[in-house]
Ligand binder design. Structure first.
Ligand code: PGA
Length: 246
């Protein structure tokens, strides 16, 4: 059985005081059957680790560099996020792909590095509105999944999380319907199965894109949707509590 996983992605939002208030509220409402966590700006990771030290809570970064060290001004390595307290990392978010030129090849290198360091990678894939309208969404997502997972083995599949996030649904208020989200998550599992066989059953596949308390139940009832990656609605403790207690 794949455990459900709900991860809030604060993007470039939040502050120390907001985080402290947030965890104060959320810690009373964690659900024993649902894995929960936050992907935070680097500067808040060690604070989250400290505040959540007695909780089962995923502490994630939103990115990392694929190399261990070097002359890469402004970058942060896997060892650095781990030392700060992270046990997971988002890789290849569409905003990083769009604004910072992150390529499938870079995502693949980062994914391998995360696995080497025993960080839980949450690899984001998803099509643009144009690609969906032209019927190229499966082709796009298949390409991203195949390139991201290149060089991994079947035994890695229980250590990898894939997040299907259609770009047109991110921050727009437009959620994919439960059926469309399930269809794409099932499609992704099929792609993983072609690559790694039955171990594909172990990959957790999240849906992301305007997830909120009003649509979480429909999404979580789908067979191939194992959780959610949540942006906007993860900033408010009461919404996040509703999400992890769907
Ligand atoms: P959203 O963002 O929930 O605000 O649409 C999701 C994401 O980018 O991970």
């Amino acid at each position: 059985m794949r455990r459900k996983l709900i991860v809030g992605n604060w993007k470039m939002n939040g502050s120390l005081s907001h985080l402290e208030d947030f965890i104060d509220e959320v810690k009373l409402h964690l659900h024993p059957d649902v894995d929960a966590g936050l992907a935070l700006p680097y500067t808040l990771i060690s604070a989250l680790k400290l505040i959540s030290k007695n909780l089962e809570f995923l502490v994630a970064a939103q990115n990392m560099h694929e190399l261990d060290s070097g002359a890469y001004t402004g970058e942060v390595s896997s060892d650095m996020i781990q030392e700060a307290g992270a046990n997971a990392v988002i890789l290849g978010h569409s905003e990083r792909r769009a604004y910072y030129g992150e390529t499938d090849e870079a995502v693949n290198l980062k994914l391998k590095k995360a696995l080497e360091k025993s960080l839980l990678p949450i690899v984001c894939v998803g099509e643009s509105l144009e690609e969906r309208e032209e019927g190229r969404h499966e082709e796009k997502v298949e390409g991203q999944v195949v390139k991201a997972l290149k060089g991994l083995s079947a035994g890695d599949m229980d250590k990898v999380v894939v997040a299907y996030e259609p770009i047109w649904a991110i921050g727009t208020g437009k959620t994919a319907s439960g059926e469309d989200a399930e269809a794409m998550c099932a499609f992704i599992r099929g792609v993983v199965e072609q690559l790694f066989g039955p171990e594909a059953e172990k990959v957790r596949i999240l849906y992301g894109g305007s997830v909120k308390p009003s649509n979480i139940v429909e999404l979580m009832n789908k067979e191939n949707i194992d959780g959610a990656l949540v942006g906007g609605a993860s900033l408010k403790a009461s919404d996040f509590i509703a999400l992890i207690n769907f």
